[in-house]
Every structure is written in structure tokens, then in C-alpha cells.
Design a protein around this ligand. Sequence first.
Ligand code: GLA
Length: 349
Amino acid sequence: MSLKKAFEQYFKMGTSVSRFDMKSDKAMEELVKHYSSMTAENDMKPMFMLDKETCQLNPEKYNLQPAMKYDTARKYLELARDKGIALRGHTLVWHGQTPIWFFKEGFAEDWEAPWASRETMLARMEWFIKNVLTFVQTEYPGVIYAWDVVNEAIEERNEEGWRKRSPWYQSVGEDFVMYAFRFARKYAAPGVKLFYNDYNTFNPFKRNAILNLIVKPLMEEKLIDGIGMQSHLILKEFDADLPEYEKTLETFGATGLEIQSTELDIHNADGSDEGDKQLAEAYKKLFDLYVKVKKEGTANLTCVTFWGMKDDVSWLTGFRKERSYPMLFGDNWEEKEAYRAVIKVAEEA
Ligand code: GLA
């Protein structure tokens, strides 16, 4: 059985792919077997598309039209095209993995340097989005089916909801999100889906802030097609968070937009059989829910993407500072109990 076949009638199954995965024949074999959607884990983020050397050599020339480079992105576009796997573009406008010099006057490397003006940053944003979309659509038409246009503009620790520390917020202001989607809509090929993507969307404050500050205004201008729920979950908190996660699926689903689970993993520090068993139970509940909302039509869930192909390549071990066993496949690609539980959900649905 394969994941993508098991859930074919409900939604695409996806995985992140890293440059290390690409060097492994086994990973490439598993990619083709199990997944119908893929996302570059890091290599299609702005830091890999902006040409720092060229920009900094001649800041005046590139001030409003930053130099770009696509050598890193090409590998993922070629892989997706050659294997016939739909590619999610991740991500255009984000505070993370976007170099600080991009936001600064004269492309200065320094955090203390003055922000470029709002007008300059809007011009740079439009140029960046236009060039990335034109590049992929000209050279790899049809390969990217969805873009995370904006990633993580909201945070729960700020009472208004905006992530004010973001260099995009600092340099442009809160309407940077609207502009990003306007530019993306302007340059995206027809049929390419535009997503807003964020983490901890089960948090009630974040859910409401995303809906009110981002999704509703974008819907008024018909600029958004989908909402991405990153879904970095934690096993110890899973049962407590699940009801709110369900509520978010329903609330976001009620907008009529597409919903995707874009970066799914469940942090699990217990690599024993007991840990495996608990992880399997959590994944079972989650996939029961995914199938239920899809069947009942409460959310138009179109893809579920795992963030990592197997336990030992997951980012969580580094991030949580303890060994994590969060995925469906073990270090040697063995199918874990969680894998069998997920397949069983499809079989019994
Ligand atoms: C966020 C981003 C992802 C990735 C993860 C951590 O969720 O959207 O691209 O960087 O953090 O791996």
C-alpha cells in the first residue's frame, strides 16, 4: 500500500524534500511511491533566490529590482516535473530565511541599518514575486500548483495579532500581506492556488486573528485560494489540542477556501514501543478527522504534507533539543505503527 493511493479519493499526500533527501536513491524511491505533492524543505525560500553578491556590488542599480538566482530552486522543479509530483511553492513573503540586507537601505548587511522605505520595499516585493513566478511558469509550466504567498504574519504573543518584529511589518506596515497577494495574483498563472500559511492555527487567538486580519480582507479582493495549517504538533499536548485543531478546520473550512495541512509532524521524544504506540494513536485520530471533514464537507482539505520523510531527518530533534521520533517511517525507512494506523484509517473509511 502507499499513502497516496490510500487517500487518493480524499486529498493529496505530500512530503517535504531536502537537498539531503535528493542525494538518497531510497528517499527518491519512497517519494515516488508515497507522495503526490512535495514541498522544498528550505531551498525555495527567499534566501536561496536572492543574489546577494550581485545586489551588494551595485546597490543603486539593483535597489528596486534585486538580482535573483534560481540554481537551487531548479533542482526541485526538475525533480517534481520528472517524477510527475505536484510542487508546493514555499514561500514568497516571510520574516524567516529572508536575508536582512534585503530589507535595508543600500542592501546593508547590518541589523541596525535603516529600513528601506515602504515604497522601495513594495517595489522589491513586486519585483521578487514577479520574477519568481515568471521564472517557474516559463521554464517549468504547470509544476507548481500552489504557493505559500505569505508565511507566519500573525503571532499570539501580540495583542493585536500582527507579528510586529517581522522585517516586512517593520518596513512596509501591516498591509504587506495584502500587497503580497495582489502581486502574486497579478503574476500567477491561472489555476495556481494562493495560500496563507501559519503555525499553531489551533490556538483560538491565532485562529481568529488569521481569519479577521488576513483571510477576510483577502477574500474581499478574491486574492486567496487556501489556508495552510502547518500542523507542527506535540504528542504530549496532542489530546488537549485536538478539539481546537478540529474547530480550526471547521472555521477555516467554512470560508469555502481550500485547506491544507502543510507541515505535519508530531513531536515525540519517546522512541520506545510505548512511544510508537501513542504516536500511532495520535496519527489515527488526526487522519480520522481529516477524512471526516472531507467526507462531511466541513472543510475542503486538498493536501496533507508531512514535514520530513523519516524520523532521523526531522528538524524537530534540533528544534526541540531532544531526539524526536515524530514521523511515520523510522530511521531505516521501516514502516512504524503510526504508518500502519494511518493506512488503516483509509481502509476503514
Ligand atoms: C516553519 C516554516 C518551514 C520550516 C519550519 C521548520 O514552519 O514554514 O519552512 O522552516 O518552520 O523546519
